[in-house]
Write a protein that binds this ligand. Structure first.
Ligand code: PMP
Length: 290
């Protein structure tokens, strides 16, 4: 039976209760992280924790736990849920205040901490030779100006992702002022004239942990790579398009709106990168070679 964590205790999901006065509920005043574990081993845990710390600092919510405490909680939750390949969702809100007021409560209240796990489906990068890729659509990026903060306020992302779902696509790629920012829940890479490109990290995008790992793997394996703004025209001309996230890893996009990307199959550069990615993951998480 699955277990969640809420404010100091593990329990069945249906037993978890929060107050309607919680600022997460009233204002979406909170921060979250999604950390994958493969073979019960947390993947890029330090990087995820650093991003959590940064997000909390940016919105002035006290981090309730030390890195060691977070790790122990994540590991205990994974064990309670049977281990294996799971993602840990963790959320910290500013807490439940006595009355609804946009300004922070004084004196401060205790943050609310909620954690749960979900199974991770086998990602495309695990099978570079048989992966088929998916469809993405493009839409205007209607989000706020601090997308670098991993806020639980995800209504714009949710509306944008729903448009993908309605169009039979797996992701919505976002454009701001004619430039690619990211996906509704992923970062974007393209291959153009044989070079792998991704937009630079700034307030317009979430600094993805998977994005950073792909950048690291490009450097380590001397793949042609540049961080640069990507125009809508470049996106449409790209030989390959990939989206990255912790639970989907690196997924080839083979159809953009109604147009085929490249030859409509996952590209050669994606296959190369996917092989490096799976090698890296196997070494880190002690997975068996196929
Ligand atoms: N951008 C957005 C808006 C996201 O929601 C996500 C996934 N949480 C990402 C990028 C990818 O980040 P990561 O690789 O750390 O999962």
């Amino acid at each position: 039976m699955s277990q969640v964590y809420l404010n100091g205790a593990f329990m069945a999901p249906e037993e978890a209760r929060i107050s309607p006065m919680d600022r997460g509920f009233l204002f979406a005043d909170g921060i979250y992280e999604v950390i994958p574990a493969f073979n019960s081993v947390l993947f890029r845990f330090e990087e995820h924790l650093q991003r959590l710390e940064r997000s909390l600092r940016e919105v002035e919510i006290r981090n309730p736990f030390s890195p060691a405490e977070w790790q122990a909680l994540c590991e205990e939750l994974i064990a309670h849920n049977g281990g294996g390949n799971l993602s840990v969702y963790l959320q910290v809100t500013r807490g439940a205040a006595p009355r609804r007021d946009h300004a922070f409560p004084t004196p401060p209240v205790s943050p609310t901490v909620f954690m749960m796990t979900s199974p991770i489906a086998v990602p495309a990068a695990d099978s570079p030779d048989t992966a088929t890729g998916g469809k993405a659509i493009t839409r205007d990026d209607i989000r706020w100006a601090r997308c670098d903060i991993k806020s639980i306020s995800l209504l714009p992302n949710s509306l944008l992702r729903q448009q993908a779902a309605t169009s039979g696509a797996m992701e919505t790629i976002l454009l701001r002022d004619g430039f690619v920012t990211e996906g509704s829940a992923s970062n974007v890479f393209i291959v153009l004239d044989g070079t792998i490109l991704t937009p630079p990290k700034n307030h317009a995008i979430l600094g993805g942990i998977t994005r950073d790992l792909v950048v690291e793997l490009c450097a380590r394996h001397s793949l042609p790579f540049a961080e640069t703004e990507i125009t809508e025209a470049q996106l449409r001309q790209a030989e390959e398009i990939w989206i990255t996230s912790s639970t989907r890893e690196v997924v080839p996009i083979t159809q953009l709106n109604e147009a085929v990307v490249g030859n409509g199959k996952p590209g050669a550069m994606w296959k190369t990168l996917a092989r490096h990615y799976i090698d890296f993951k196997r070494r880190l998480c002690g997975l068996d070679q196929e």
